[in-house]
Design a protein around this ligand. Structure first.
Ligand SMILES: *[C@@H]1O[C@H](CO)[C@@H](O)[C@H](O)[C@H]1NC(C)=O
Ligand SMILES: *[C@@H]1O[C@H](CO)[C@@H](O)[C@H](O)[C@H]1NC(C)=O
Ligand SMILES: *[C@@H]1O[C@H](CO)[C@@H](O)[C@H](O)[C@H]1NC(C)=O
Length: 193
C-alpha cells in the first residue's frame, strides 16, 4: 500500500509539476530485515515486495527511484579510491557518489513541501544545497510507537506540517539476527509493525 502511494507521489513529482499539494501527505516505512521470502512464510495484508540487494542501496532506491548503479550507493560500506578511505552510512560522501542524485525528500522541499525523516540513512545529507525540514537520528532499538508519534507530530505541525515522511525501523531485522527469521519473536515483531 505504501508502495502504491509512493508510486503516485513519484509520478506527481517527476511529472514536471511546479509545486506539490502539501495537503496530500505520504509516509514511507522501511522495516529492516524483511526479505521477500519472509512474505510467503508470513503473509501479511497490505504488503508487497519491490526490488534489489543490500540494505543501504535498497533504501536509496526507494528514496531516489534509481537503481544502485545510477544512484551510486553500491554497498553499505564502500572504499572510495579518490578519497582513499572507506565510507559508511555516517559519511555524507557515500550518498553523493552521483552528485546529480535527487532524493524525493529533497525534490519535495524544492517544490515547496516539507520533508521529515526518522532514522532513514542519507536523509541528513545536504543535496542540491537543501536539508530536510525534520530529521531524527538513528537510535539503537528505538520504539516503533515513538517513531510513529513523532511522524504524527510533524504531519500535524501547526506552522510547518510535513507532507512527506521517510520512517526507518530496525525491526524485524534485530529480532531476526538474535532469534532467527523462523522464530515466533520475529513473527511478533512483524505483527507489531
Ligand atoms: C591512502 O591512505 C593510507 C593510510 O590510510 C596511506 O598509507 C596511503 O599512502 C594512501 N594512498 C594514497 C594513494 O594517498
Ligand atoms: C544543512 O545542514 C548542515 C548541518 O547538518 C548545515 O551545515 C548547513 O548549513 C545546512 N544547509 C542549509 C541550506 O540549511
Ligand atoms: C529493546 O527494547 C525493549 C523494550 O522496548 C527491551 O525489552 C529489549 O531488551 C531491548 N533490546 C536491546 C537489544 O536493547
Amino acid at each position: 500500500m505504501h508502495t502504491l502511494v509512493l508510486a503516485s507521489l513519484v509520478v506527481q513529482l517527476m511529472g514536471g509539476v511546479k509545486s506539490v499539494d502539501v495537503r496530500r501527505q505520504v509516509v514511507v516505512v522501511s522495516l529492516d530485515g524483511f526479505p521477500k521470502e519472509q512474505l510467503s512464510k508470513h503473509p501479511l495484508e497490505h504488503l508487497t515486495r519491490v526490488y534489489a540487494h543490500g540494505s543501504q542501496p535498497r533504501r536509496f532506491i526507494v528514496a531516489t527511484g534509481m537503481y544502485q548503479e545510477s544512484h551510486g550507493v553500491v554497498g553499505n560500506t564502500v572504499f572510495d579510491k579518490a578519497l582513499n578511505r572507506t565510507l559508511t552510512i555516517k559519511d555524507s560522501e557515500l550518498f553523493t557518489q552521483n552528485p546529480g542524485v535527487m532524493p524525493l525528500w529533497t525534490l519535495n522541499e524544492q517544490l515547496g513541501g516539507s520533508s521529515g525523516c526518522i532514522m532513514w540513512p542519507g536523509c541528513d545529507v545536504t543535496f542540491h544545497g537543501r536539508n530536510v525540514t525534520y530529521w531524527e537520528p538513528y537510535q539503537h532499538n528505538a520504539s516503533l510507537s515513538n517513531s510513529v508519534d513523532l511522524a504524527v507530530k510533524w504531519l500535524t505541525h501547526d506552522m510547518v506540517p510535513a507532507n512527506l515522511i521517510f520512517l526507518y525501523h530496525d525491526q524485524p531485522d534485530m529480532a531476526g539476527h538474535v532469534y532467527g527469521p523462523d522464530s515466533s519473536y520475529y513473527r511478533d515483531m512483524l505483527k507489531k509493525a
